[in-house]
Write a protein that binds this ligand. Sequence first.
Ligand SMILES: [Mg+2]
Length: 241
Amino acid sequence: MHRWSMLFVVSLLAGCATTAPVRQPQGQTPELPLEIHWVRNSAEYRAVLEQTYRLATEVLERRAAGREPGTWAVAIDADETLIGNSLQSKERALDSAGSWESVWDEWVERRAAPALPGAQRFLSRVQELGGRIAVVTNRRDRHCVQTAENLEQVGIPFDVILCRGETRDKQPRWSSVEDGTARADLPALEIVMWVGDNIHDFPDLGQDLRFADPDAFADFGDMFFILPNPLYGSWEDNPGD
Ligand SMILES: [Mg+2]
């Protein structure tokens, strides 16, 4: 029997010997966790991003009608919203050498995060409609220049980028956009839409939302648009059910 055929039979037999769920993606690097495989290699991830950005665009077109150009903005997160870091997740999964901090520093320096599907087209439409774009990210201030350059290199337009500063809480940065203090050449802007992948990318929301009544989610699909991120997030600290 050919060596590969033999391997196939052996793996089939091994599959019969256990009832445990198989989490390893078939045909992929064996050590790659399933969530990384999903983000990097599934049609579903691509579809949900395209779908979300298309719906956000449709809502925004209605909301922009009747608003004076240059008076309003979209507040949008960066990581796993505009740009994807799954390559870094993959590299870390396959080689865990080095501290998380040093590995992340090196990744940010590479400016290698690609634009996510739908993001560039959505933001171009924001600009066409007369909106401003405020990228509000919890990347650290010392990474802000590299992050801006990464965004520019992959064609993501924006008017201002506000990094973490003293606090992870994004409310003071959204407020600075709304009261016109985010940057000297930007007027006060009404934020008409928030886009992100973390529940804290949206005003006044947190992980307790998972216990709330359906009505508490009414802003999603309207003022708020959320994208999936199974790689990491504030949900990681939630007690398991
Ligand atoms: Mg994010």
